[in-house]
Write a protein that binds this ligand. Structure first.
Ligand SMILES: *Cc1c(COP(=O)(O)O)cnc(C)c1O
Length: 468
């Protein structure tokens, strides 16, 4: 076989074009064969099918690019849980925009690495300006806000706690709601910080009286960092950010807001009031691979002043020699704990420019409207109970009078039949089905279909086991 062509330079695009055609054909045919939100048959069937395509994984002599691309991408697509299908709505698993995916192709072709200027000359400017612009959305009244690109909310939360630890030392005590994302507790474990104190969130958001009591009890004993959530994973609720910021101010505690899910509401004039108070935080996590329709990954950690990022500065003479920096080569190493790093800012910048404020707001508004419509349909349905009106795009519901075992069985049966992907949440003593809507193309018909699947299956399951 001749030496395979490369993706970049002046010859790369011509080599890529036929390969991409093969990829696109495989994506289309795989989606047709699946014909639904996920493959039917459950893990055994899907594994067997994928293994067939993978065999042999490392042949003695290669099968060639078109064959390998068609085989593996075809099988992967056929076996995918596809968030672009409106009935795939379990998690904060976004259907990426075609334009962002196209931009990501260029990121792969050029392969800038964001750890030094000589690997990413223009990309470093693109990233710096994109992060500055996003930081200014979150902290509009601060003169020098800044933001880092992360692999997601998990890494952003880790960095937030790391920066707080560097400001206050290893006795930093975090205080979280029981509604906080699991990555906060994991970050304290990773960073050698005391285990977080947890404040109850009986109605899905942090109980302010309990937070006040915890802060009063610990005030003055150790440095304190409260983490609040704007868009919880289970219910999509938003903690009372302004009131929490006020309590933190009174008690000399710092505040981190995990707005991985809810942060992008800032871009919608209709919904931005829900995240008022974000700019009171010492750091804010935001994920654009959720309500920003980016392919993974596209996380952000924003801070009100660029000097807050100083502790991340690091010296590695082959990447940021002092004389290079003095001569004007930008020093990028302090923009992450990672070294080699993809230019995830590219797809974000393309999306921001292509859609503009109104285009992004429209995507957010459509998706929130779909969630409200789903809640309306559930409220009107005699055989379904709604947990609560959605704050963002998460809707919890359950068949009336079904026990938890039936609810769990409904979810798994929809999965194994390949009919729908719904999530599950335990709250208020019950197991609920969770629809996390992120698809701006979802129609009322899709939502009716989703509910019909659930109610028909409920009938089927209750009739087949009359003792339950
Ligand atoms: C999704 C999410 C995270 C984790 O983000 P990843 O991008 O999956 O690492 C953290 N916090 C909240 C509130 C989230 O919704």
């Amino acid at each position: 076989m001749p030496t395979p062509p490369l993706a970049g330079s002046t010859t790369g695009p011509a080599a890529l074009r036929p390969l991409i055609d093969t990829v696109l054909t495989a994506l289309q045919q795989g989606a047709r064969r699946r014909d639904g939100p996920l493959p039917a048959g459950g893990p055994d069937t899907v594994t067997a099918h994928m293994r067939t395509a993978l065999d042999p994984l490392i042949p003695e002599h290669g099968t060639g690019p078109h064959h390998a691309l068609a085989t593996l991408i075809g099988a992967l697509t056929e076996g995918a849980a596809d968030p672009a299908d409106p009935l795939c709505a379990a998690h904060l698993h976004t259907p990426p925009l075609a334009l962002a995916t196209a931009a990501d192709l260029a990121a792969s072709a050029l392969n800038p690495s964001m750890d030094s200027w000589d690997q990413a000359p223009a990309a470093s400017t693109l990233e710096a300006d994109t992060t500055a612009a996003l930081a200014a959305e979150i902290y509009p009244h601060h003169p020098h806000p800044d933001a880092l690109i992360t692999t997601g909310g998990t890494e952003a939360n880790q960095l937030a706690l790391l920066l707080a630890r560097e400001r206050h030392g290893p006795t930093l005590q975090t205080i979280t709601g029981t509604n906080a994302h699991h990555s906060i507790t994991r970050a304290t474990w990773l960073l050698g910080l005391p285990t977080p104190l947890t404040v109850p969130a009986p109605d899905g958001t942090i109980d302010l009286t309990a937070l006040h009591n915890t802060l009063t009890h610990h005030h003055g004993h150790h440095p304190l960092l409260v983490t609040a959530t704007a868009g919880t994973t289970d219910t999509g609720q938003i903690d009372p950010l302004t009131a929490i910021a006020d309590l933190c101010h009174t008690h000399g505690a710092e505040l981190h807001i995990d707005a991985a899910y809810g942060g992008p509401l800032l871009l919608s004039p209709t919904h931005r009031h829900k995240v008022t108070g974000l700019d009171r935080a010492h750091s804010v996590t935001l994920d654009l691979h959720k309500l920003g329709w980016q392919p993974a990954s596209a996380g952000i950690l924003a801070v009100p002043d660029h000097h807050h990022l100083d502790p991340l500065h690091h010296h590695a003479p082959y990447l940021n020699a002092d004389d290079d920096t003095q001569a004007g080569l930008p020093d990028l190493l302090g923009r992450s704990l990672r070294t080699t790093r993809r230019p995830d800012a590219l797809k974000i910048a393309v999306t921001l420019q292509a859609l503009g404020r109104t285009g992004l707001a429209d995507l957010i508004d459509r998706t929130c409207t779909a969630a409200h419509h789903l809640a309306d349909l559930i409220t009107k349905h005699p055989a379904l109970d709604l947990y609560d009106r959605p704050t963002i795009t998460t809707v919890l519901f359950r068949p009336t009078n079904a026990d938890d075992h039936t609810v769990a069985t409904i979810r798994r049966t929809l999965l194994t039949r390949g009919h729908a992907v719904l999530g599950r949440t335990r709250t208020h003593g019950h197991l609920w089905l969770k629809a996390t809507l992120l698809n701006p193309h979802t129609t009322p018909d899709d939502l009716n279909k989703l509910l019909d699947l659930v109610t028909h299956l409920t009938t089927e399951l209750t009739e087949s086991s009359p003792n339950r």
